[in-house]
Unconditional design. Structure first.
Length: 189
């Protein structure tokens, strides 16, 4: 049996994590309503898309206790897509969201001037959020061309525009039927 070497202890950490915060921010979102047809059947679909970013801010302190606290931030942009369908039976269901990492990222480090004051991280987050907002139309257009339309084509469905609700059927007397009991074949009394 080999005895562990007592001198092989792991090195001490150079710094200690004092605090960490994580959050997400939606920069833009767009619902794409579609009317799908296949084999004489029709369904309504909504493709829900969002551009968002995640932010992680970590406050660290030298493990030796010598030196001031610092903070680091990491920001990353993502596109999320979810397909939701109104079935022929009237059921509304959605797929699990697909999330794709974007090239939009930012990171940095700065000395901590006051507890909880992460102004450079907040400024970087605002800048990245605005950049995603500015590119939203182009990103959503590209997503439709590279992800949404190929999926629908592979499924063999035809995509039409969103249609207005159909008018209620006419009944005798020239008035349209309503959703009341008489329209359903029941009685009002």
């Amino acid at each position: 049996m080999v005895q562990p070497d007592a001198s092989a202890t792991p090195p001490a950490a150079a710094e200690v994590v004092v605090a960490r915060t994580d959050h997400s921010v939606v920069a833009a979102s767009l619902d794409l309503p579609l009317s799908l047809a296949k084999a004489g059947r029709r369904e309504e679909m909504v493709v829900r898309r969002a551009l968002f970013l995640t932010a992680e801010v970590t406050q660290v302190r030298p493990a030796s206790g010598d030196g001031a606290d610092r903070y680091r931030w990491k920001l990353a942009g993502y596109l999320q897509r979810q397909y939701c369908v109104h079935s022929l039976a009237g059921v509304f269901a959605c797929t699990p969201p697909d999330v794709e990492a974007l090239s939009d990222k930012a990171a940095g480090e700065a000395p901590l001037a006051a507890a909880g004051e992460f102004s450079l991280a907040q400024a970087a987050e605002q800048q990245l959020t605005e950049a995603l907002k500015a590119r939203a139309d182009d990103l959503f257009k590209a997503d439709r061309a590279t992800s949404v339309d190929p999926l629908l084509k592979a499924a063999g469905v035809k995509v039409g525009g969103v249609k207005a609700p159909r008018a209620a059927p006419r009944r005798s007397g020239g008035r349209p039927a309503t959703g009341g009991p008489a329209a359903r074949g029941g009685s009002a009394g």
